[in-house]
Design a protein around this ligand. Sequence first.
Ligand SMILES: [Zn+2]
Length: 186
Amino acid sequence: MLLLTRVVLLSALCAAALGCPRIISRRQWGARPPRNRVPLRTPVPYVIIHHTAGNPCTSQASCSRQVRGIQNYHMDTQRWPDIGYNFLIGEDGNVYEGRGWSTVGAHVMYWSAKSLGFSFLGNFSSRAPNAAALNAAKSLIQCVVSKGFLSRSYFLKGHRNVNPTDCPGNALYKVISRWPRFKGKP
Ligand SMILES: [Zn+2]
């Protein structure tokens, strides 16, 4: 009985490690409701990586505060219906739900309807995100593939590969350009 419990516990732990990262829901970070939602046609073929170019955060409380601020900026200043990104990634190792798996984002010109946009919280021009954030992002990619929202033959790109921008910052771009399925050119 004890052995069985252990096996069950171990397999649950492995499932967590190989599956999805910890995702902080909109309710948990205190999101405002979206003004509207356009469904994404999934599975999409691309993941596009961004940085927010703002302050970094290393706790759930400070990352949640950052995400609320970004949502306010996108909704009130940019006049978008919701926060632009599909997911945000903190250096606390958590993923924050933006528009989520199945809603078209507003994170790139021309590519939003065929991609998921993941944005690292912080400015990664001169330093890379910490291991907790990088691992959360890699795990999130595997997670969306396993859930069927991202094609198994997806390509990974930086924002700068599709629009004229420095995003996601030189240091982060260098890291993701070595990740599996990265494709800089169209
Ligand atoms: Zn970007």
